[in-house]
Design a protein around this ligand. Structure first.
Ligand SMILES: Cc1ncc(COP(=O)(O)O)c(C=O)c1O
Length: 400
C-alpha cells in the first residue's frame, strides 16, 4: 500500500487493478472531494479565470485570494491570514524568516516538513534545539538556557501520527514568558476541530476553525499554519498571523515572490468549501466523530493499543513485531482495507504499524468491515496491548 496506482474511485472505495478497497488513507476529512455542490462550481470559475493564473502572488493575485483570505480570517478569528500553495512551502520559507539567526525549539515529533523548514533556517544561521515531544518542562529548560533571539517554538497542532493535540495554552504561555513565537502546524485539526459551544453537536466543537479556537486560546504570539488540502480537498494553505508579519512575508517568503500559485479549481473549491462548511460542516464533523468513536471503541474492546487519546480521526495502530508489517499490509489489502502503512525506517521499530483516517464520506458498512478486520488482525498477528505498550516504554526508558 505504498506508491500504489489507483485506477478508479467511487466514494471512499478505490480500485487498484481488479481489487476494490475501502479507503481509510484519505485526509479529505469533510468529504468535500466528493461533494456535488462543490464540484459543480468549478466550471464557472474556469470559464472566468482559465485553469491557472501562473503569476506568482507578488506579480498578481486573482481577487479570489482576497475573498478566501477574508473568509478564512473571519472563520479563524485571527488578525489576518496569508495564503500560499502548500504547508511545505510555508515551512520552508517562513520558518527561516521568523528564526533569523535566533533559535528554533522543535518538538521531537514535529512533522517532517517542519523539521525540514528548521533545517533550512539552520542553513541560514539559526540554531535548532529539540525538546522531547510535548514536554513543557524540557522546553522551559531549553528556553531558559537560550541567549539568542528571535525564538520560535515549532510543533504540530493535531499530531499527524498520534492524533493527539498539545496543550496550546501551556505552550503559548511558555512562549510568551520567554519572548518566543509559537508556530503551530494544524494541518489535521483545521476543518475537524473548532470552537466549543453549548450548541455543538459533538466534542470536536463547531466550525472546524482549528486547534487554537478549539482550546479557547488566543493568537497573541501564535502563528497558526494549516491547509485546505486535507479537510477542504483543495491545494492551498494559509498562515494566521498579524498583518504586520504578513506584510514582511510578502517580500521575504520566496513562494509569495516566485512560486506558481494554486490552480483556479482549488481556489474555487476552497471558496465553495467555506460556504458548505458554514451550512453543513458541523453535521460532517459529527459523522466523523461518530465513526471514529466506533473504531476506537472496537480497539478498546479488543484491548488493542493506540496512542490516540483525543478521539480525533487519526488512529495509529502499532504492531508488536515490526517484521510483521509486510504480512499485515498484505492481509489488510486482501480484505479490502486501504490504510497508511508506517514502516521502519520511516518510523522507529516500536512504532511500526498502520494508520487509519476516518472521513465523513466513509459509510457505516465500511466502518463495520474495518472493525471486523481489526478483530481478524488481532487474532492472526501480535498487536500492542496496553500492558505490552507499557513494557515497551519501560524498555525504551532503560535504554535511555
Ligand atoms: C502535519 C503536516 N504538515 C504538513 C503537511 C504537508 O502539507 P502540504 O501538502 O500542504 O505541503 C502534512 C501532510 O501530510 C502534514 O500532515
Amino acid at each position: 500500500m505504498l506508491d500504489a496506482v489507483i485506477d478508479e474511485q467511487v466514494g471512499r472505495r478505490i480500485r487498484i487493478g481488479d481489487h476494490w478497497l475501502f479507503d481509510f488513507a484519505s485526509c479529505n476529512y469533510l468529504g468535500f472531494d466528493l461533494d456535488q455542490e462543490i464540484i459543480d462550481v468549478v466550471p464557472e470559475y474556469l470559464a472566468k479565470w482559465g485553469t491557472h493564473p501562473s503569476w506568482s502572488r507578488l506579480l498578481g493575485s486573482p481577487v479570489l485570494y482576497e475573498q478566501i483570505e477574508e473568509k478564512t480570517t473571519e472563520l479563524l478569528g485571527s488578525e489576518d491570514t496569508l495564503l500560499l500553495p502548500t504547508i511545505t512551502h510555508i515551512h520552508m520559507s517562513v520558518i527561516p524568516v521568523l528564526a533569523g539567526s535566533g533559535t528554533i525549539f522543535l518538538d521531537g515529533r514535529a512533522h517532517k516538513t517542519i523539521y525540514d523548514g528548521a533545517m533550512v533556517a539552520r542553513g541560514h544561521g539559526a540554531t535548532v534545539r529539540r525538546f522531547r515531544h510535548n514536554d513543557h518542562e524540557h522546553l522551559r529548560e531549553l528556553l531558559r538556557a537560550s541567549t539568542t533571539t528571535p525564538r520560535v517554538v515549532a510543533l504540530d497542532g493535531v499530531n499527524s501520527m498520534t492524533g493527539n493535540a498539545p496543550d496550546v495554552h501551556e505552550f503559548a504561555r511558555l512562549a510568551r514568558e520567554y519572548d518566543a513565537l509559537l508556530y503551530l502546524d494544524d494541518a489535521h485539526g483545521f476543518g475537524v476541530v473548532g470552537e466549543r459551544g453549548p450548541d455543538e453537536l459533538c466534542p470536536y466543537g463547531k466550525r472546524g476553525n482549528g486547534i487554537v479556537r478549539h482550546q479557547g486560546a488566543a493568537y497573541d504570539n501564535v502563528v497558526l499554519v494549516a491547509g485546505f488540502s486535507k479537510s477542504y480537498s483543495s491545494l492551498l494553505s494559509f498562515l494566521a498571523l498579524p498583518t504586520r508579519l504578513k506584510n514582511v512575508l510578502k517580500v521575504a517568503a520566496p513562494p509569495y515572490l516566485y512560486s506558481g500559485p494554486s490552480p483556479i479549481a482549488s481556489l474555487a473549491t476552497t471558496l465553495a468549501g467555506l460556504e458548505v462548511n458554514d451550512t453543513r460542516g458541523d453535521r460532517y464533523r459529527f459523522d466523523i466523530y461518530r465513526q471514529t468513536k466506533r473504531v476506537l471503541d472496537r480497539l478498546h474492546e479488543l484491548d488493542i493499543y493506540t496512542p490516540n487519546q483525543s478521539g480525533y480521526p487519526l488512529i495509529e495502530i502499532p504492531l508488536a513485531n515490526h517484521e510483521d508489517i509486510d504480512p499485515v499490509g498484505r492481509y489488510l489489502f486482501d480484505r479490502g482495507i486501504y490504510v497508511t502503512m508506517a514502516a521502519y525506517p520511516l518510523v522507529p521499530k516500536e512504532e511500526v504499524g498502520f494508520r487509519v483516517q476516518v472521513t465523513a464520506a466513509n459509510e457505516d458498512d465500511q466502518i463495520e468491515r474495518l472493525c471486523d478486520v481489526l478483530g481478524e488482525i488481532n487474532e492472526r498477528f501480535e498487536l500492542q496491548h496496553e500492558q505490552h505498550h507499557e513494557l515497551l516504554l519501560q524498555a525504551r526508558a532503560a535504554r535511555g
